[in-house]
Design a protein around this ligand. Structure first.
Ligand SMILES: Nc1ncnc2c1ncn2[C@@H]1O[C@H](COP(=O)(O)OP(=O)(O)OP(=O)(O)O)[C@@H](O)[C@H]1O
Ligand SMILES: Nc1ncnc2c1ncn2[C@@H]1O[C@H](COP(=O)(O)OP(=O)(O)OP(=O)(O)O)[C@@H](O)[C@H]1O
Ligand SMILES: [Mg+2]
Ligand SMILES: [Mg+2]
Lengths: 255, 255
């Protein structure tokens, strides 16, 4: 079971878009995929058509009452299962901010749980906040995928995140395996190329060879409660996330 | 003194871009402008070239030690003054989450302070989190400007925010005066027009007549530590934020 966290503390860089479409591409390839929505704004859950009635249907009940993750699994129309989020999930960041053990709860739960029977790949969509929820995702993952939108403010966010990761790794006692994914790349804009070159200069082989193009199909599919594969399977966006999947397989980051 | 909060819980919709360029347009028009950076990620501060060495240089010292806001004012190269942010500002959200009086601190401080001698307009840039910091901005402002990027996920964020505001207003005992600002509008994309029509249908006269076009100059200026007026004064983005200023003046939302 491969656990992929999708995180960047910059807002609007394509975390949810990447979670949705990478999960859909994986499901399309025949794998069992589980998406865990760790954003109290529950956007991935909404898109997937899975509603949490209360915190009980979310990982909040794992934190509060030790509920098993596999009990929280829900079917979605996009080919993967979802553990949805709910507004009350933000309690976790508030209540546990000072409890240092709480950051390993998700990792322990993913290992001890029977989720492995259900899931080849677990994708965790995070909010931009670097709080208890996102830290749980960072500490639980085998791979951290960091979307960076092709603009300078997002690039700055990526550099800031790298400092945060360097500060966390001594606590974790290992390096978090990570890849930077350039998203919303518009090849006609000079700025996109500037950001790509800055990324490669700064992070070298940790930058995905695949970039996700700015592709309106990717922005349209959520309103239709679909992945790009259901909405526009021949679009550039659909192709790019498929290419990303191939790249992660080739690098053996996904089995 | 007019206090404008720039808030939307959706990430990457142009809060910081709007804070920067509306403040610069106001300063260009001859007004005294103060920008308060209420985002622990301090992006507005970075762009403006104003660094907080620690929480003491930020509104954190107002919350913790009752420091006067005018003592925190710093000059920037973009024509307005800045009260910068710092990572430690996120303490406010954690420490005070359960203290109901803390949400009025900024309002009290803006009124009691000598900031009014310095400032015709105060612009508050918020993080996407609906925590103690953002609530302080919402409760302190005369006008809430809500940037909505021209895509469906941002539209959903706007609808969610309206529910949040409706829940807050009984506590505040007044309606928060607000305007929705369509940003990153690409007139060639059908989706942009769809979002504009949905916005007008849902929020009517609360939608600004001015929309901010997708304009690469707006995305480039931050890396140069400039507003769009310094970087590309004849660009579409520069024109749009000037038009927004005219509209707010005409509506008497800014004196
Ligand atoms: N490659 C792309 N092409 C076109 N639009 C995109 C692309 N990637 C993302 N978008 C659009 O950009 C907006 C922001 O993307 P998304 O919501 O996935 O970012 P996020 O990082 O999850 O945001 P948040 O920080 O709010 O969780 C969405 O409207 C999305 O549809
Ligand atoms: N009208 C526009 N045209 C082109 N690019 C834009 C426009 N508005 C914003 N951008 C770019 O989009 C990205 C997100 O904008 P910005 O950082 O201002 O959003 P934000 O809401 O403040 O994000 P966060 O939630 O992270 O604070 C930035 O790279 C910015 O330069
Ligand atoms: Mg998201
Ligand atoms: Mg911002």
């Amino acid at each position: 079971m491969t656990i992929i966290a999708i995180y960047n503390q910059k807002g609007g860089v394509g975390k949810t878009t990447t979670s949705l479409n990478l999960a859909a591409a994986l499901a399309k390839s025949g794998r069992n995929v589980v998406c865990i929505d760790l954003d109290p704004q529950a956007q991935l859950s909404d898109i997937a058509g899975v509603t949490a009635e209360s915190g009980n249907d979310t990982v909040l009940s794992m934190f509060e009452r030790n509920r098993s993750l596999h009990e929280l699994l829900r079917k979605s129309a996009s080919g993967f299962q979802v553990i949805p989020a709910h507004g009350s999930l933000s309690k976790v960041d508030v209540l546990h901010a000072k409890n240092y053990n709480v950051v390993n709860r998700l990792k322990a739960s993913l290992r001890g749980d029977r989720l492995g029977d259900n899931a080849d790949v677990v994708i965790i969509d995070c909010s931009p906040m670097i709080g208890v929820l996102s830290l749980n995702a960072l500490f639980a993952c085998d791979l951290l995928l960091i979307p960076i939108a092709a603009d300078h403010l997002s690039m700055k966010g990526g550099i800031k995140l790298e400092k945060t990761l360097k500060a966390l790794e001594p606590i974790l006692k290992r390096r978090i395996d990570r890849r930077y994914l350039l998203t919303r790349f518009d090849s006609r804009r000079r700025m996109g190329w500037e950001v790509l070159h800055l990324l490669e200069e700064k992070f070298g082989r940790e930058v995905c060879s695949t970039s996700i193009a700015e592709s309106v199909s990717l922005a349209e599919s959520p309103a239709l409660h679909m992945s790009v594969y259901q909405h526009a399977p021949t679009s550039r966006g659909a192709q790019d996330y498929e290419d990303l999947l191939r790249e992660l397989e080739t690098l053996k980051l996904i089995r």
